[in-house]
Design a protein around this ligand. Sequence first.
Ligand code: MLT
Length: 410
Amino acid sequence: MSEVNYNYLKLPGNYLFADIKKRVDAYLVKNPKADIIKLGIGDVTQPITPQVIKAMHKAVDDMASKETFRGYGPEQGYPFLIKAVINGEYAPLGISVEEDEIFISDGSKCDVGNIQEIFDIKCRPAICDPVYPVYLDSNVMAGRTGNMGVDGRFEGVIYLPSVKENNFCPELPAEVPGLIYLCSPNNPTGTALTKDELAKWVDYAERNKAVILYDSAYSAYIRNPELPKSIYEIPGAKKTAIEFKSFSKTAGFTGLRCAFTVVPKELKGYGPDGCKISLNSMWNRRQSTKFNGVSYIVQRGAEAVYSEEGAAETAKLTDYYMDNAAIILNGLRKAGYEVYGGENAPYIWWKLPDGVKSMDFLETLLEKCQVVGTPGVGFGPCGEGYFRLTAFGDKQATAEAVTRIIKKLA
Ligand code: MLT
């Protein structure tokens, strides 16, 4: 008998963004002429920058000649990209990372979902609420949680409310987790942890032998120079944290697919007898068994992100999206709405009027303004009453969406 992994059935039917797409598609069937502006899923809209395109064209040519052709690459990534990441990402922050601590992958979504595989099923996860749904869903699928209760929370998960009352900064939990998921700048609240706040978590993880899974996919959007762009800016973090970074939002690679995960060699997990085990070796074993690397062409494109001209183009790209964030933030604030985020992140977290449910608001916004956003409740129970707008749209369309909201919702 082929018994299924019943844990999957504990989850709601659809992944958040698939569910929203279904609702928008249904609206379009009824209103085929609707001019919809999508500020829902955080997908980029601007083309890949010229230096990256040039590098990928050259890489395509490499594949056409016997001397430069590449077959299977290293599962951990090509050394040329790993070196570029070290020099472009960590050296400027004064952080030393060794080449075999970096694992190139095809996306942070996969890595944050897969990483829990190298931890025991009894390892309890602590997860911010609201937050990117992949952390929770992947733990539910693995069987690390019980069922969802009427409050929308899964048994066995330690929820870390990140709400207006604590400035969207999660507090240390009373119950001790084995895994701590932190996302900064946070998706969806658009707020970023300070060095002091992060230092508290690093110290807590060290004291409790827990591992921090630090998703830093949006670090390129940090504009305040005081805010940390990597958890390794915090002393001791290499002993407590795995960091995930992505080219998706930094350089518009959502369709190309490239990211990297840092698993420091100093970081240890624990065996049943309490002995220390290298998580770097375990992740290496996992990746070399289940992953065959990112395409050579895409890795050459990612390498170009760190060239002098490539970095300048990438900075322009993130500035473009941050201008959109300012358009949304300023427009909604001027109209009297309460909004958060958007200053060091490409997401705007919009507080809805009291009593308005975020799923209902999705429909209202669609009907009245033909604008799509993401209901806060999709990111966790504490997201209820909020709505997320992304800054990754086209500038003109973003400005038009704000104009419609101001005119038609008032
Ligand atoms: C989001 O909209 O939250 C992100 O685009 C999802 C992702 O990065 O997978």
